[in-house]
Design a binder for this molecule. Sequence first.
Ligand code: SF4
Length: 396
Amino acid sequence: MRRPLELYIHIPFCERKCLYCDFLSMPAGAGLRSRYAEALAGEIRRKAKSCGGYEVSAVFVGGGTPSCLEAEQMAKILEAVREGFFIREDAEVTIECNPGTLTEEKLACYQRLGANRLSIGLQSAKDGELRRLGRIHTFRQFLGNYRLARELGFGNINVDLMFALPGQGIADWEETLGKVLELKPEHISAYSLIVEEGTPFYEAYGEDDRKRARGEKPEFLPEEETECGMYALAREMLEKEGYRRYEISNYAKPGFECRHNIGYWRRASYLGLGLGSASLMENIRFSNTSDLGAYLGGGYADLEKVLESPECAGAVRLDKKEQMEEFMFLGLRMADGVLAEAFRAEFGVGLEEVYGAAVRKFARQKLLAQAEGRVFLTEKGVAVSNYVFAGFLLEA
Ligand code: SF4
């Protein structure tokens, strides 16, 4: 029987860098995009040869901005996937898109290639906020792209949103949520802004962010209390419209939870393809180079070697302790939490035996709850999730 596998395919190009972004993405001319698509298709064909024993249940083309590639470049990549891998008939195939880079030709091409899910980066429905974030598009452009995708028959669309933006108030966030809810997407991701080092936002708001962390009043960023209020508002408005929060920052209509994301949080095997992409297969972690020149020259991870002899190929085989820790951190992100039975099935030992003390401590603090054999974060626990996760690190 074939083992399940997910594919993540990275497209590292964007029209322009957003001011808050620290992802592996960059602007690139037509020639570079074309060479990259060629190199990526080559990597896919080569790695697929080592994956005969797997069946692919989800493909996620992310970035960067995958929709900035020409239709024929995307076709080259997804055709290589279909030729090389065994793809389940019901596989979820997502393409990440940004407004301002989508056309009817591209959307029709994605459909021909079997894409059945779009993830559109909107971030805000307010043009002033979009400009402040350095986004290349307006809300109107997003609306045009969204409606076109619906007209062409895409029935599974995610909209990415961000809150706790500089200068944003609760009413602004409410307006964004309201406008997006009118469109009835099947899935909504809502993450709070993180001011990352090395970005223009860090220069502008880094000090403000530190102030906030010290409990002082920030100048531009919303106060922590406002940020918590925004999170609670999103949950309230979305749940009222029939979305379920299935992960800390992800909401879906029943049956539209993102399979690719769930696979990641449940530690399914996934293979990353493309510049800088990370993989976890058979509890072996490895990554491709982030050096574009090296990548274009074929300098990506050698999957055959990695699976045969991880240590020699620069990969890391996770030991039991690391696997258990990941199982807990990632599993607790999900609203359903961690199933004690699943822990035992995976590790041959009871959750209580390994983590009993930690679970009891956080339960006493009302940060974790237990029901029907599951352990999960409470509402209070979600707000301090990183503190809870740190409590699941095991002694060396
Ligand atoms: S579109 Fe996304 S990946 Fe590209 S620069 Fe903006 S935030 Fe980063």
